[in-house]
Design a protein around this ligand. Structure first.
Ligand code: GUN
Ligand code: FE
Length: 425
């Protein structure tokens, strides 16, 4: 029992009340890990079996668990690395740190730390890049299953332009991805994603292998990086001179599909946006990362005009916060710099239902609709003294949401439920 907020569709304006359901005295009936009824407390109570336990979270706000559709599992110790730009950051810090995930004990330790941190921040589903090592994916999915979490992940495919110890081959990346799929996809709530890191670290033969995997497993998500940084784009076009542009590199190998999550997607021509829109691929905004690495300002308005599906993510360790609330704040500021005011309800839609739609998982997660998995967070807009003082003047849901994204972080996440079970934060 508490206030409940769940989205029905992408808000079209800041006051688009038709896009969500908000109950000031709401409740969710949870049975066997699923939400079986939602609505006003009176309504839900009338449907509940006699003697059922009532957990009273009033006056806090219940929402679907937050979803982080682009994050790097082996980069917990890469955050806050001092670099001039993306390629320097990758070569100096990231490609060094990820080598440590060759070790099973290291991977297992970080899988525990990683999911602890996500849950503390109210993130109940993520789509993560593991390292090149199959063992890192094994550690990731073992721990996700142990906690009954719905997690997406993939062994990174990378066979050039990285240290020897961090490269596979076209064939071994195909074989290892096949093995990860066989071992983990559909085990517990696990979902495997085909994960070619980006064009620079894959030979044409490896992107070919990724395309083959995508054709052989049409239900699987694919994740990669696209057009994050000017030097990255220039180098990509040198490596793939036959491609029309960066987006076309992925399209040529059959990877530009409605399963594709394109991290960053910042510097795109109209042709590229059109191609991405036609394919139904998703542009994943990573605002804290784009600011931290100085990569650029995501062009949300133009992407929407082209009909491109979008998502929002942390991109830890290029990103600087695990918190989707902090991430929404930075996304808002990026749109301010672009002269575009982003409504808070659209931001919360994106972090919940919108990201679930991007992952093709909206039937399972991202809303409080009956039939969904009971991944639920309980948010507090008065989490700090400064927030509580500001809340004294807040009168609307929109203002409360905006305050929480502007000033809030993990401290606003008071309770988390995974498949109906309370998580110890
Ligand atoms: N491009 C290729 N790999 C990475 C990565 O690990 N992080 C970011 N931000 N961009 C990338
Ligand atoms: Fe990334």
């Amino acid at each position: 029992r508490g206030r409940t907020l769940s989205f029905k569709s992408r808000p079209q304006a800041r006051d688009d009340e038709a896009s969500y359901i908000y109950e000031t005295d709401g409740a969710l009936l949870v049975e066997n890990g699923m939400i079986t009824a939602a609505g006003s407390y009176a309504e839900v109570a009338s449907k509940a079996p006699a003697g059922i336990e009532v957990i009273d979270h009033r006056p806090l706000l219940l929402m679907a668990g937050l979803i982080d559709p682009h994050i790097h599992f082996p980069q917990m110790q890469v955050t806050a690395s001092y670099a001039a730009n993306l390629l320097e950051w990758l070569n100096t810090y990231t490609f060094v740190e990820e080598q440590r995930f060759a070790d099973a004990a290291h991977s297992a330790r970080f899988a525990t730390l990683f999911f602890d941190e996500l849950l503390r921040h109210g993130t109940t589903t993520a789509a993560a890049y593991c390292s090149v090592h199959k063992g890192s994916a094994d550690a990731y999915f073992t721990e996700a299953q142990r906690r009954n979490l719905l997690m997406v992940g993939g062994k990174v495919m990378m066979d050039r332009n990285a240290p020897e110890a961090l490269t596979d081959t076209a064939q071994s990346s195909y074989d290892d991805t096949k093995a990860v799929i066989a071992d983990w996809h559909g085990k517990g709530r696990n979902h495997v994603a085909i994960t070619p890191r980006f064009a620079i670290t894959s030979t044409p033969a490896q992107l070919e292998a990724a395309g083959t995997l995508a054709r052989e497993h049409p239900g699987l998500l694919i994740q990669t990086h696209l057009s994050e940084n000017d030097a990255e784009i220039a180098y990509t076009l040198e490596l793939y001179p036959e491609a029309k542009d960066y987006t076309d590199v992925y399209a040529r190998y059959g990877l530009l599909t409605d399963k594709m999550l394109l991290g960053h997607a910042i510097h795109l021509s109209d042709r590229e946006m059109h191609a991405i829109s036609e394919a139904g691929s998703v542009a994943v905004h990573c605002p804290t990362s784009n600011l931290f690495l100085g990569s650029g300002l995501f062009d949300l308005k133009r992407l929407k005009q082209h009909g491109v599906r979008t998502a929002i993510a942390t991109d830890i360790g290029g990103g600087s916060s695990y918190s989707l609330l902090r991430t929404l704040d930075e996304a808002y500021k990026i749109q301010q710099l672009r002269g575009h005011r982003l409504p808070p309800i659209e931001s919360y839609w994106q972090a919940t239902r919108g990201n679930a739609e991007a992952l093709g998982l909206v039937d399972r997660i991202g809303t409080l609709e009956p039939g969904s998995d009971a991944d639920i967070i309980v948010l507090d807009a008065c989490a700090t003294p400064a927030m509580a003082i500001r809340m004294e003047t807040v009168t609307t849901l929109e203002e409360e949401l905006f305050l929480m994204q502007t000033m809030g972080d993990d401290r606003s996440v008071r309770h988390v439920y995974v498949a109906g079970e309370a998580v110890h934060l």
